[in-house]
Design a binder for this molecule. Structure first.
Ligand code: NAD
Length: 462
């Protein structure tokens, strides 16, 4: 039933009524819903971890840290700060506009549609949901059909814990969603996480109703190992950040740029780190994730050029297994460098100069993430100043996404808008700007006739 258009329209109409009743606006209501969401996850941790294991062979550790734990962090932070975020903010009023005071009210937007991908199928539904609840909206969630077990679990958990007139799940297919629903209905906002091609379809459909969108996309995120990098440390961090979720992470290092002076030593240490973490045969390691489906497995395997192998390269299509794989690379135009890999293959370029970094990275502009390893502040500053990217880390990978104090989002082709923590609350609120003027004093300077008044205005505004 969640896959029917009738169901979606009914839910939408009920949510619009519920939203217009004002029921979602109060502090106590929002707080209670956040607590309800947290207790629902707490009670169902085992079922969530099982669904993630079935969909992607995520270990309980990875599932807890990267999915459940991340959502807890978002909920806890929102619960702690919600009253402060909701409070109207007083701002200054310029002298020529006196006697007045100015306030910004954070107002909810309406029915928010959240469309999520399959790679972090719990977190990428529920983190935007936390922001939408905190901001006082109602929500329609559309999980990815590829993470079947998590999708089924989300349908059940949301139905058991929330009134569909407030939060509901739809499993309508993508084209119907954009062509029949988004184009014809007034939504408060759409938060879409996924690939660029579908992002464009959603943005075009949303334009029909001028619905605002947040697009959380992907791209080719570079990872730079400078000559001043602490190589053991960098090798561990790169192996972990690349092969977590078998590389199916939007902010995973997509490819490496390693300075020629440290290249051989670094590659040796990277191989050791992979073996230490996943064993000599990762297929036998019960904690190593699988690719989401056969189509993606075959897509990734087709990118392996045997003559470029530095490590790995084994796979098993039937079990959707691809070994952590490192490849040497020197062409920016090769197949593996033309699109985001989104799997456990890591091409490595050798570079000589800072200009090489700029040249290689600018072939795939505006990455979602960038990582740089090194101790030389000048090199780090050069990269941060020269290259536009969504967010990233110095001497680490992925972890900026887990910091609720930081905005998370892309730039250009890697996304529009950012969320997490207060940024999510702001993104899903309208800033209603209101000035209040005192009535005890009415300065007639703005009123006609204007004779002799311009010289006074010019003294005030110049
Ligand atoms: P996708 O674009 O195929 O699908 C994402 C969601 O969109 C799914 O729920 C799907 O059912 C839905 N969808 C598909 N067609 C649609 C349409 N026409 N109208 C409306 N909805 C439609 O993406 P994917 O393959 O699931 O995800 C992979 C991409 O997502 C990668 O590029 C990755 O980098 C990116 N990603 C980004 C982030 C981030 O936070 N920035 C996080 C995870 C993944």
């Amino acid at each position: 039933m969640t896959n029917s258009l009738t169901y979606l329209y009914n839910v939408y109409r009920q949510q619009l009524d519920f939203f217009n009743s004002g029921a979602t606006k109060g502090y106590e209501f929002r707080r209670a819903q956040l607590q309800q969401l947290k207790s629902c996850i707490k009670k169902n941790e085992a079922a969530i971890l099982e669904a993630l294991q079935k969909d992607l062979n995520k270990s309980a550790f990875e599932g807890y840290v990267t999915e459940i734990g991340t959502v807890y962090e978002e909920i806890n932070f929102a619960l702690k700060n919600l009253r402060k975020w909701m409070k109207p903010k007083r701002v200054n009023t310029p002298l020529p506009l006196m006697p007045s005071s100015s306030r910004i009210y954070s107002e909810p937007l309406g029915v928010v549609l959240i469309i999520a991908p399959w790679n972090y199928p719990l977190q990428l539904n529920l983190s935007p949901l936390v922001a939408a609840i905190a901001a006082g909206n109602t929500v329609i969630l559309k999980p990815s059909e590829l993470a079947v077990n998590t999708e089924a679990l989300l349908i059940r958990l949301i139905a058991e814990n929330f009134d569909p007139a407030y939060i509901s799940v739809t499993t309508i297919d993508g084209p119907t969603m954009s062509n029949s629903f988004i184009k014809t209905n007034t939504l408060g906002h759409i938060v879409y996480t996924g690939g660029e091609a579908v992002g464009k379809i959603i943005m075009a459909a949303a334009a029909e109703q001028l619905t605002p969108v947040t697009l959380e996309l992907g791209g080719k995120s570079p990872c730079i190992i400078t000559k001043s990098a602490k190589l053991d440390n960098a090798a561990n961090k790169v192996a972990w950040s690349k092969f977590t979720n078998a590389g199916q992470t939007c902010v995973a290092p997509d490819y490496l740029l390693v300075h020629s002076l440290v290249y051989d030593r670094f590659i040796g240490k990277l191989k050791d780190a992979i073996v230490k973490m996943y064993g000599n045969d990762a297929e036998e390691n019960p904690e190593y994730p699988r690719i989401i489906n056969t189509t993606h497995t075959e897509r990734i395997i087709a990118l392996i050029e045997k003559e470029k192998l530095l490590y790995g390269g084994n796979y098993n299509v039937a079990s959707r297994y691809i070994e952590p794989t490192v490849l040497s690379e020197n062409e920016t135009g090769s197949a593996i460098m033309r699109a985001e890999i989104f799997g456990p293959l890591l091409p490595v370029f050798k570079y000589e100069s800072e200009q090489d970094i700029v040249n290689i990275v600018s072939e795939n502009k505006n990455p979602l993430a960038l990582y740089i390893y090194g101790e030389d502040q000048k090199e780090i500053d050069f990269v941060i100043e020269k290259i536009p990217f969504g967010g990233g880390c110095i001497n680490n990978g992925l972890i900026h996404v887990g910091n609720v104090h930081l905005p998370f989002g892309g730039i250009g082709s890697s996304g529009i808008g950012a969320y997490h923590g207060q940024y999510g609350f702001e993104r899903l609120s309208h800033k209603k700007a209101v000035m209040r003027t005192a009535t005890w004093f009415d300065i007639p300077v703005l009123y006609p006739p204007f004779k002799n008044k311009l010289k006074w205005v010019k003294k005030l505004i110049k």
